[in-house]
Design a protein around this ligand. Structure first.
Ligand code: ATP
Ligand code: MN
Length: 479
């Protein structure tokens, strides 16, 4: 007999038919004669109730059905008489596939803290919360690929090991096969990277952008979706050492086209979640509301589904950095010295507290900030006519701050070379990047979306370590 998934059974209308289901026991209750077993197989949030008759199964089997064990059940699918579920399976045959020592199993049928679940990340897929997050994560990956595929983009795999350390996006992890206790040295005493695996110093990538630009300047519209590594020694709820980034890069797009693309992508994937993940979103929304109860009314965030709908249906605010600085300078928290970093003058780098003020308090909408001072942005961003600002764009989201960072790229060779000199970026290491400006350069634009930041927004979770299965952060690489 072919195994049915729990999701398929809840979706089917056929009743009184024989079925085979397999999964893990989430809960067990019952009386002397019957046990009601809640079975979950990962395909849906809902558990399937299995009704097990003692007389039919024998004592050993009955004793072995404990929370956490895995079972295989053949039985009849029926409308349920009990409240709380529409269907149940009355077991005719039941086999315990894998025992679970009830005393030792860490996930008892009760609410566990997220910290506890992080320490038990190997088992947390078996909770309602992580089941929901995992299904939504999959749906979001799929939606992103659909979005770009529908628009004729090509997916490009950019390298994970790179030699360029010029990008300046963040601290890097070095990749080496050297024995760190016996480093080969040159005559002058420096480490001799010529003898390392790649014959030079290499790192894990902090961004696939530079390579994506090479592809865009031949293929038109491309995107990367890959692992990204930053040795950020900041223990925040929004940073990981290993995360996934989506980086589209489009030839002939200017900054306005770039903003349009990013805004429509974000709305598309959020709508996709609303259309395909409602059951899981409703569960996460309830969970969030319970958590919010403990907060003061004015600190509570908008209900999750309402918030997603709001962002999907409303235009983002587009605002030059210079205007944002004026708003921030005159804001209450700045005047009352409530910001950790006070905004005093034009040129200041914006911290997450400022970004969130603009989005959550001032505009109450996602904001795209553009035209940042050149000095606080990367070398490759296109210089504006004013000679002071660059065609950068950061998209700021409620509860998160920066979710997207992008720009129109500097396509003029002389301007780019001058900028690199000023920022001490070695020209000879970037020869291949500069070749795109030497041969058939065109205006082009792109951006990076942190996938886990998007996941934070869509799930309403508060800590980035809870929206990736196996988080990598300072002092954390278990599992
Ligand atoms: P932040 O200021 O928040 O550290 P950033 O300016 O370093 O971000 P970019 O270099 O522009 O970010 O990277 C593009 C996107 O990648 C960001 O908008 C964010 O969504 C995501 N991102 C950056 N660093 C991290 C990180 N350490 N963990 C998770 N996502 C990240
Ligand atoms: Mn950063």
């Amino acid at each position: 007999m072919k195994r049915s998934t729990v999701k398929e059974l809840f979706a089917s209308t056929a009743q009184e038919q024989k079925v085979l289901v397999k999964g893990w026991v989430r809960n067990r209750r019952g009386s002397k004669n019957v046990a009601f077993v809640a079975l979950n197989d990962g395909t849906t949030l809902q558990n399937l109730q299995i009704v097990v008759d003692f007389a039919l199964m024998g004592e050993d089997t009955m004793n072995n059905i404990t929370v956490g064990c895995s079972i295989s059940v053949e039985g009849i699918l029926k409308a349920s008489a009990g409240s709380g579920q529409s269907m149940e399976v009355v077991a005719e045959k039941l086999e315990v596939l894998g025992l679970a020592d009830a005393e030792k199993y860490p996930l008892q049928p009760k609410k566990h803290s997220l910290e506890f679940l992080r320490e038990n990340a190997h088992l947390r897929f078996r909770t309602n919360t992580f089941g929901a997050i995992t299904r939504i994560r999959h749906a979001m990956i799929f939606a992103i690929h659909s979005f770009f595929n529908e628009r004729g983009f090509y997916n490009i795999h950019t390298p994970i090991v790179t030699a360029s350390d010029a990008e300046g996006a963040g601290e890097m992890f070095q990749v080496t096969t050297f024995d760190l206790d016996h480093l080969p040295r040159t005559e002058s005493g420096e480490i001799n990277y010529k003898l390392d695996f790649f014959g030079r110093k290499t790192n894990l990538t902090v961004s696939g952008q530079l390579e994506a630009e090479l592809a865009a300047l031949a293929m038109g519209s491309v995107y990367t979706f890959g692992p990204t590594f930053r040795a950020e020694n900041s223990n925040t709820t929004r940073h990981l050492a290993e995360f996934w980034m989506i980086e589209p890069e489009v030839a002939f797009n200017d900054l306005n086209d770039n903003m349009d693309l990013a805004e429509s992508m974000l709305k598309y994937v959020i709508r996709y979640a609303l259309d395909h993940c409602m059951e899981d979103l409703e569960f996460l929304s309830k969970r969030l509301q319970e958590e919010e109860q403990s907060k003061k009314a004015e600190d509570r965030s908008m209900e999750l589904i309402e918030k997603l709908q709001f962002v999907a249906d409303n235009d983002f605010v587009r605002l030059p950095y210079t205007e944002a600085i004026d708003i921030l300078k005159n804001s209450k928290p700045n005047k009352n010295k409530k910001f950790d970093y006070l905004i005093e003058e034009w040129g200041a780098d914006l911290q997450s507290e400022h970004e969130r003020y603009l989005v959550e308090k001032h505009f109450k909408k996602p904001v795209i900030l553009i035209d940042y001072p050149a000095a606080i942005k990367a070398f490759y961003m296109r210089m504006n006519e004013d000679g002071k600002t660059v065609r950068a764009m950061d998209i700021l989201f409620p509860g998160i701050g920066e979710i997207v960072g992008g720009s129109q790229r500097e396509e003029r060779l002389e301007v780019l070379l001058e900028k690199m000199k000023a920022m001490h970026i070695p020209e000879e290491e970037m020869w291949w990047f500069l070749d795109t400006r030497r041969f058939g350069s065109v205006p082009h634009s792109g951006y990076g979306l942190g996938f886990e930041r998007l996941m934070l927004f869509v799930t309403g979770m508060g800590n980035i370590r809870d929206v990736i299965p196996f988080p990598r952060a300072p002092k954390q690489a278990e599992f």
